[in-house]
Design a protein around this ligand. Structure first.
Ligand code: CTP
Length: 433
């Protein structure tokens, strides 16, 4: 076919230097092995839209596993092959990872649906994907490095901001794409194509969501809750009757929306301060989703999502922990830092942030925020090892003494090493004497 336009400049501009070099080397390696190599999927979509994305997905026309092993060899990386599906994950030392898939060779033998034999395997691989915007590829072999391949009008749909399926059986083949459609729609002001919208309605109406394991739905729901704007996704899922199809009592009502808004606000605050700290945002939203359900309903929702009993119970435990925190805080209007840490210290960051989103009082919000920004990382000025090194003897009171130093340190009564030692001296001899 006609060569596509070059996006070599985009590769250069949108990627860190080391990724660019890596992709070039990978292309050269593939060439030497007689394979065609392509960068595909979300990363190409995001590159064209000038959105950051460093999840490298590669497709090999040839043998993806053989290629991945060779690639790992060249870069001294770890490779986890999946022989059955002819896929592999290559993990580089810097923490980068690349997913390698095979455009299967048997497609060569399929009856001539696509006359361009040279590109037919890649084309078929891309044709099986969810939406047009995800079907672009960039050639990586040296003689066509950077060539953009767009068989299905992805660039047009990105310009028009449309989510469109490639064919009318897309949601029949994979009903979880209904949730994916909503997730992509609510990013950056896209909308569903008319035909795609009507295919979704039919699929939901026909009950196709019941044809896939709940776990798959949960996986997609979790990704939605991990997005920037889960509220708009939930509204859309409700409108499309997807929520009730998942679980009859799952209704995005005013109360749930309010809980979501509070979570969103808390997350914005947190992310502003801790841009690099990973947080399971979905878990906070999941707590918000189940906030007003009784425990049986939570377990039933867990079933609908294909969760194991233990996992649903973890959710219920978290909920209980959060409620306990709220009760304890409410019972003590004034709290020393050490008392706050006593109450919050055993909760996960997600539980703390969720509790923070639930609380109305500015006074308590302040306690939560100070815990997150300061107290949770507090290190007392001396450790047990320090005390032993100085000559305190190993005895049962040492632990209690350290705890007291930590508490007083949190409360500002002990400020430095000397103060801590003086305290330890007095405390331990006091107990002895
Ligand atoms: N895909 C699909 N059907 C699915 C799941 C995934 O066709 N049910 C395809 C999509 O075309 C997607 C690719 O597999 O581009 C990789 O999937 P995933 O990593 O989930 O999505 P990304 O497009 O990378 O999206 P994100 O921005 O969320 O990473």
């Amino acid at each position: 076919g006609m060569p596509g336009k070059s996006v070599r400049y985009l590769l250069r501009e949108r990627m860190p230097e080391e990724y660019f070099e890596l992709l070039k080397k990978a292309g050269e390696l593939a060439e030497g092995m007689g394979f065609n190599l392509f960068l595909v999927g979300g990363i190409v979509r995001d590159m064209v839209m000038r959105v950051e994305n460093l999840d490298i997905d590669l497709v090999v026309e040839g043998d993806g596993v053989v290629f991945a092993k060779a690639l790992a060899g060249v870069f001294g990386a770890k490779v986890s092959p999946h022989e059955k599906y002819k896929t592999a994950v290559v993990r580089l030392s810097g923490g980068h990872r690349m997913d390698v898939a095979t455009a299967r060779l048997e497609y060569y033998r399929m009856p001539g649906a696509f006359p361009e034999v040279e590109e037919s395997t890649l084309k078929l691989d891309l044709y099986r994907r969810d939406f047009t915007i995800n079907t672009m590829a960039v050639a990586l072999n040296p003689h066509r490095f950077g060539e953009l391949i767009d068989y299905f009008g992805a660039q047009r749909d990105i310009r028009e901001k449309k989510i469109r399926v490639l064919h009318s059986l897309s949601f029949v083949e994979d009903p979880s794409r209904i949730l994916r459609a909503v997730r992509f729609e609510k990013r950056r002001g896209f909308s569903l194509g008319k035909q795609t919208l009507s295919l979704i309605s039919s699929a939901v109406h026909a009950g196709f969501l019941r044809n896939i394991p709940g776990r798959r739905i949960f996986h997609e729901m979790r990704q939605i809750l991990q997005e920037e704007e889960p509220i708009r996704c939930m509204e859309r899922l409700q409108e499309l009757k997807v929520l009730e199809a998942i679980y009859p009592d799952l209704v995005f009502d005013e109360q749930m929306r309010e809980a979501f808004r509070a979570v969103r606000e808390t997350l914005l605050w947190f992310r502003l301060l801790y841009t690099h700290e990973k947080i399971r945002a979905w878990f906070l939203y999941f707590l918000a989703m189940t906030e007003s359900m009784d425990p049986q309903a939570v377990m039933a929702l867990g079933d609908a999502f294909g969760l194991r009993r233990e996992d649903s119970e973890i959710l219920l435990d978290s909920r209980e922990k959060v409620r306990e925190i709220m009760r304890k805080m409410a019972s003590r209007p004034e709290m020393l830092p050490s008392q706050a840490v006593e109450v919050l210290g055993k909760a996960s960051l997600e539980e703390i942030l969720y509790a923070m989103s639930r609380c109305r009082s500015a006074n308590f919000k302040k306690i939560f925020s100070t815990y997150v920004t300061t107290w949770r990382n507090y290190r007392p000025p001396v450790s047990g090892r320090d005390l032993l090194a100085i000559g305190f003897s190993r005895n049962p009171d040492l632990g209690a003494c350290l705890k007291e130093i930590r508490n007083r340190g949190l409360n500002g009564e002990i400020r430095d090493f000397a103060g801590a030692i003086a305290f330890a001296q007095a405390y331990l001899t006091g107990i002895r004497g």
